[in-house]
Design a protein around this ligand. Sequence first.
Ligand SMILES: Cc1cc2nc3c(=O)[nH]c(=O)nc-3n(C[C@H](O)[C@H](O)[C@H](O)COP(=O)(O)O)c2cc1C
Length: 274
Amino acid sequence: MTTTEQVRDTGWNQRYGEEGEEPTAASDVVRLQLAHRSVRRFLPDEVSEPELRALVAAAQSAPTSSNLQPWSVVAVRDPERRRRLSTLAARQSFVAEAPLLLVWVADLGRARRLAESRGSSVDAADYLETALIGFIDVALAAQNAVVAAESLGLGSCYVGAIRNNPEEVAAELGLPPHAVAAFGLAVGRPDPSEHAGVKPRLPQQAVLHHEQYDAARADAHLAAYDERLADYNERYGLGGAWTDRVLARLAGPQSMAGRHRLREALEGLGLPVR
Ligand SMILES: Cc1cc2nc3c(=O)[nH]c(=O)nc-3n(C[C@H](O)[C@H](O)[C@H](O)COP(=O)(O)O)c2cc1C
């Protein structure tokens, strides 16, 4: 395979644009990853139990801090429960429509229960560092499941909005103390009628630094990305420049859909962040 064929074959151009033609190593996994897109419209077909087990096995195969495995996942198939969760997650209809909703849980409950049964103290679990381990590890696991799903012909979309109402979501899923839903993942077979493509990302020059961070050099690539994403958005009937969207999303607590009170919710659910 020539270098140019490698480049074309990986989906590099879709991700970075024509001008970004640079040699890249290729593999089936890299090709799959470069072709990723979030799927928000699904066929009614069920995700089978063997498929679900494969996703969870892929997730559990991810690295995990000190082998703590501080996460759990709740598979929700019941349409009524998915509808209620969709309401809690900013009324996003794809959450109710996907045949399977996986809710990924940062879970320090297992270790806390172990400590209780042994009469041990786990005071380190009260610290931000430990909560972060839970959230980092569950994200690594879920992303392994996303890649596995795509390799099986399934599609998915994360649902961060599940954190809009952490207490209600915990009650709906019967979560024990010290367990918090980090995000959802709607999973199903992609409906080919969905008008969506591979979304361009920032040029690598904006995110990849060699040896030391060079903010001015990296940020010089934002304007070109704004234009490229605007073209993409126009093709798919979406609006707004990337830079404007970033600023709007982070404008203040009012732009956080209720998540500005997450620290308080974590405390209440038993994941304090000292
Ligand atoms: C943690 C996380 C939470 C997300 N939450 C939502 C969500 O609530 N609703 C939604 O439509 N997309 C959600 N997304 C999907 C992103 O919008 C999407 O990944 C991003 O726009 C890039 O598009 P792509 O995945 O198609 O490349 C989420 C993604 C991540 C990683």
